[in-house]
Design a protein around this ligand. Structure first.
Ligand SMILES: Nc1ncnc2c1ncn2[C@@H]1O[C@H](COP(=O)(O)OP(=O)(O)O)[C@@H](O)[C@H]1O
Ligand SMILES: Cc1ncc(COP(=O)(O)OP(=O)(O)O)c(N)n1
Length: 268
């Protein structure tokens, strides 16, 4: 095979239970037919009930992983997930422009279980230094409310917050995920010109561990294949919805999504 295979990179934390983080990203890249690469930031001891332990890698080791990829393999799109502290963020902020590729940021702050995944003092650095580098930033409602310091309760609030993230923080586009709304699963994106909504019925399930990671990884995979952002998000919404519909009832807590679910839907 020639070297035209799209190559996607995730810079994120490891989830030992395999539903979120690096593991969710690589499963998604594989499923969507792009070659997946990973730079590990932190190791979490985690399962469907919560996070039991965290170990952060030193900035130097994160840089070394990035350099190993950068000096050898083309990166067609890059995403970041869990970046816990400023030391890591400085390394990543220096590396992102060099890839000259679309950058998807999932501004991971708290796991579904409520466990924090970022040090409080690093949040401002993330907003001020990394968000302006993004092609698209994909906060859930709580993350968007934290970043914009606005109350977000309705779809109209989500639209305002998305605009704020683009015009106030310099994001290329902002996709605010409505997974935690009460009714339909409505996501709102603003790309600097237009507001888009992506809506599906809410699937009644507790098994949503890793939804945000999986969704942003799918967007990264489609961008690595050269799709325009709106099409990449449309297809990714389809992918994550299938993954939630066929989620696994594994473990005692919030089970993981099913990364091969679109194959099941095609068969039916
Ligand atoms: N129960 C659900 N039914 C259908 N879609 C959902 C459900 N929960 C989350 N989603 C969708 O999954 C994606 C991830 O959203 P969300 O769960 O808000 O992210 P995060 O994991 O970062 O909190 C969004 O497209 C959201 O609309
Ligand atoms: C290592 C790691 N990274 C990110 C998350 C958060 O994942 P997310 O997709 O937002 O899903 P939930 O955990 O919120 O369901 C994580 N848990 N672990």
């Amino acid at each position: 095979m020639s070297n035209v295979i799209p190559c996607a990179l995730t810079i994120a934390g490891s989830d030992s239970s395999g539903g979120a983080g690096i593991q969710a990203d690589l499963k998604t890249f594989q499923e969507l037919k792009c070659y997946g690469m990973s730079v590990l930031t932190s190791v979490t001891a985690q399962n469907t009930t919560g996070v039991q332990g965290v170990h952060h890698l030193p900035g130097g080791m994160i840089k070394q992983q990035i350099d190993s990829i950068y000096t050898d393999i083309r990166v067609d799109a890059v995403k970041t997930g869990m970046i816990a502290n400023i030391e890591m963020m400085e390394v990543i902020a220096e590396a992102i422009p060099g890839f000259q590729a679309p950058y998807v940021m999932d501004p991971v702050m708290v796991a579904t279980s409520g466990d924090p995944l970022i040090e409080p003092e690093a949040r401002d650095y993330l907003c001020q230094q990394l968000i302006p580098m993004t092609t698209v930033v994909t906060p859930n409602i709580a993350e968007a409310a934290f970043i914009t310091k606005e109350k977000i309760e309705t779809v109209a609030d989500m639209k305002e917050a998305a605009k704020h993230m683009v015009h106030g923080f310099g994001a290329g586009a902002a996709l605010i995920k409505g997974g935690h709304l009460q009714e339909a699963a409505i996501d709102v994106m603003y790309d600097g010109n237009k507001v888009y909504t992506f809506e599906t019925d809410r699937i009644p399930t507790k098994n949503t561990h890793g939804t945000g990671c999986t969704y942003s990884a799918a967007i990264t995979a489609y961008l690595s294949q050269g799709l325009p952002l709106v099409s990449a998000v449309e297809r990714s919404k389809h992918y994550i919805t299938a993954a939630i519909r066929h989620a696994f009832d594994i473990g005692e807590g919030n089970g993981p999504t099913n990364h091969w679910a679109i194959r099941e839907e095609v068969r039916q």
